[in-house]
Design a protein around this ligand. Structure first.
Ligand code: 5RP
Length: 233
């Protein structure tokens, strides 16, 4: 996947590379989802091919990550087969000053939370536009819901003060379906004052599988920027 000359893509590539460079031989690596992590997966594959890195095994957070890992020659396993993950690399849609995140722009936050939270070190790869003072200011909060529970879940989310909207696919041809076969509701909250409380309250609604608030999970945030046309991490 070439970033060409697009400065934003080049910056994502640099952030992805910076994260991939932290992977060492013998590690079990959580492989995140999204356009920034895609560069990290590609670069891990390149390091394996060149022989610089050996005996890596990846745990994908989505079908997308799985396909990319296979394409770039990164061997894969499942959570059943390991007792820890050394490092997870994943993107985010918003990051606050406490390193809390909103994720799920790619509808993969449920598996991402399982893998990222299980990792000894979770590295987040973002561009500076994702940094916010308060979560919810620029991005709607994704909530994965079991299809048969859609209507009561929408009502319960409204009672929590959110404005929920079912995520539609390309050209509004129907709802987006997650890797688990569920729907995603995107919720507008005016501001999220207490992410830890909201994360629990949403997950307490029967029918909700997981929401995109990642509180106290991230260890390191790698931030990319374009300065004078050049990518900087
Ligand atoms: C997928 C995610 C992604 O990590 C998030 O949307 C960021 O993606 P990108 O790097 O393409 O901006 O949470 O569910």
């Amino acid at each position: 996947m070439s970033a060409g000359t697009d400065p934003i893509k080049l910056m994502k590539q640099e952030v992805g590379k910076a994260a991939a460079n932290r992977v060492q031989s013998g590690m079990i690596v959580g492989l995140g989802t999204g356009s920034t992590t895609a560069y990290a997966i590609e670069f891990i594959g390149n390091r394996l091919k060149s022989g610089e890195l050996k005996d890596i095994i990846g745990i994908p957070t989505s079908f997308q990550a799985e396909v990319l890992a296979k394409k770039h020659g990164v061997p894969l396993t499942t959570l059943d087969a390991v007792d820890h993950i050394d490092i997870a690399i994943d993107g985010a849609d918003e990051v606050d000053p406490q390193k809390n995140l909103i994720k799920g722009g790619g509808a993969a936050h449920t598996r991402e939370k399982v893998v990222d939270a299980f990792a000894d070190q979770f590295i987040v790869v973002v561009d500076s536009g994702k940094l916010v003072e308060k979560l919810g200011s620029t991005f709607l909060l994704p909530v994965e819901v079991i299809p048969m529970a859609l209507a009561p879940t929408l009502r319960a989310i409204e009672k929590l003060g959110g404005k929920p909207e079912l995520r539609e696919g390309i050209r509004k041809a129907g709802p987006v379906i997650t890797d688990q076969g569920n729907f995603v509701i995107d919720v507008k909250f005016n501001t999220i004052e207490n992410p830890a409380e909201l994360e629990k309250a949403l997950n307490n609604i029967p029918g909700v599988l997981e929401n995109g608030l990642f509180v106290g999970v991230a260890d390191l945030i790698l931030v990319g920027e374009v300065q004078e046309g050049q990518p900087v991490v």
